[in-house]
Every structure is written in C-alpha cells, then in structure tokens.
Design a binder for this molecule. Structure first.
Ligand SMILES: Nc1ncnc2c1ncn2[C@@H]1O[C@H](COP(=O)(O)OP(=O)(O)OP(=O)(O)O)[C@@H](O)[C@H]1O
Length: 257
C-alpha cells in the first residue's frame, strides 16, 4: 500500500500554453503525496504540458500551482529542483551520449556540488546494477532501457520528493518497462516520493499506479483509483470511443500491455 504522506501536487484553475496558444484551459488537478498518479488522455490533450508547466518551463497565465500546500507558481526549473525537490525526466533520450555513464551522473548532480554528488552516486547505482556494470562506457552505448534507468538515476541524485516522468516506456521491451515501473513503486512506497507520470502503456501502468487522471483538451475529465479504472468493464469504451472521455482517437492509448 502506498504511503499517504509526501508532497501533494495541486493545479488550481491553471491556464498555460505555447505563445498565444493555450493548451491547459483552467485545469484543476490534484495528485496525492507519496503516490503514483498516471496522466492519461488522447494525443495532444496536454499531458506533457502539465509536467512542463509544473516544472516551470511554461509560464502560468492564470491560476496557481501548489506543492505540499506551498504556492510554487512562477518558480524556475532550478528553484524547483534545488528548493522544492522536483525532478523531471522528459520524454526521449536526454543523456550526453559521448560522455561516460559516470560523467552523466556527475553532471546530474551539478546543483549539489561535486563532493555530495560523488558520495551519492554509489547509492543511486545500488538501484541500477546493470548501469553500474557500464559505469565507464559511453552513455550512447547503453541499451535503451539502461539509458532510461540512467536518466532516472540522474534525477534521483537530487533526492527528489516529486518525480515527473514523461513516457518512460517508449522504446523499451516489456520486461524493462516492468523494471522501471517496479523502481517507481519502490520510490513511492519506501521513500514517499510523489510520482506524476505520463504513459501510453495504459494497462501495465494502471496495474502499478495508485491513481489515474484523464485530460481532454487541457481539462480534467476523470480522476479515479487506478485499480478501480482497470476493473471497469467500460474502460476501453471510455477511452477508445463513446464515453465521457471519448476524444481519444483509436490507437492513441495502448491497451495491449
Ligand atoms: N513546443 C511547442 N510549441 C507549440 N505547441 C506545442 C509545443 N509542444 C506541444 N505543443 C502542442 O500542445 C498540445 C499538447 O501537447 P502535449 O505534448 O502536452 O500533449 P500530450 O497530451 O502529452 O500528447 P501526446 O500523447 O501526443 O504526447 C499539442 O497540440 C501540441 O502540438
């Protein structure tokens, strides 16, 4: 059972977007502290935009964002990382491919200072034995799964209280995806880390998440316990046509795994 303590996330009536084009339109959203919340919804619904806005990469035009009850609207990514314990693992590959695994970890700890970083690296590597074996290899020579683990490890160096993670399973085999999901579960259960995750592998993600939130056109259309949603016989219809959150084009969400 997930811890109920931890840093909760709250969006209050948030409007944000790119240039003059607003993607989040008065979004109200809550993700409980110390739990794993899955962000679902069709392509373009604004899921990644939620993570970017929370991480201070997009300006909040209206409304406010709160972490553990504290208003963090307008905070920069650096402030969020160093003062508020928020780490963000974006979609895709975000490593310095020519640098070694170890050097990538050192860079991840820049905000900590080199001494603290070097002390923490072995602790992070305890979680990722396969990455540890490749410590002095170029990051680009790791498999896709190992690279994603390294990215998560790099984020964990800062001992975040909130982990924002965007589609960690892309390009990974189902077994490796399970490894990544298990690790997220462990972070939430044992360290009370609040995880907010976008994931298209809906079925397997729902199996390990605590809560599910669905967006449609930048607004919340559903917030339910993940297990309850998984057990709902209407689930595929809800997302793939005909239901309240029915804007998803077929294929936008993958129910196969
Ligand atoms: N840098 C950008 N500049 C302009 N528009 C953008 C930018 N990034 C995303 N958008 C637009 O914002 C909308 C929401 O994108 P977002 O990535 O948040 O959706 P999503 O729900 O994560 O979708 P997906 O499942 O396809 O990743 C889309 O219409 C997208 O084209």
């Amino acid at each position: 059972m997930a811890a109920t303590t931890g840093t909760g996330i709250e969006f209050r009536d948030v409007t944000a977007g790119y240039g003059d084009f607003m993607i989040l339109n008065g979004l109200d959203l809550r993700a409980a502290g110390g739990r794993i919340t899955l962000l679902l919804g069709p392509n373009g619904a604004g899921k990644s935009t939620v993570l970017k806005t929370l991480f201070g990469m997009l300006k909040v035009r209206r409304g406010s964002i709160h972490l553990g009850g504290q208003d963090i609207t307008g905070a920069s990514p650096r402030e969020l990382l160093t003062r508020h314990g928020v780490a963000y693992v974006p979609q895709g590959r975000n490593l310095f491919g020519q640098l070694s695994v170890y050097e990538n970890l050192e860079l991840g700890g820049i905000a900590l200072g080199m001494k603290a970083t070097r002390e923490r690296i072995p602790q992070v590597l305890d979680l990722f034995p396969r990455v540890r074996e490749r410590l002095h290899s170029a990051a680009s020579s790791l498999s896709g799964g190992e690279q994603k683990q390294l990215e998560v490890g790099r984020a964990l160096l800062l001992r975040p209280r909130v982990l924002l993670i965007d589609e960690p399973s892309i390009g990974l085999s189902p077994l490796v995806v399970q490894d990544v999901f298990r690790l997220l579960r462990q972070l939430a259960d044992e360290q009370g880390v609040t995880v907010l995750m976008v994931e298209q592998n809906v079925k397997s993600a729902l199996k390990m998440a605590d809560d599910a939130i669905a967006l449609e056109s930048g607004r919340l259309v559903l917030h339910r316990p993940a297990g309850e949603l998984l057990a709902d016989p209407n689930i595929e219809r809800l997302f793939l046509g005909g239901g309240a959150a029915a804007a998803a084009p077929a294929g936008a969400l993958d129910w196969s795994a």
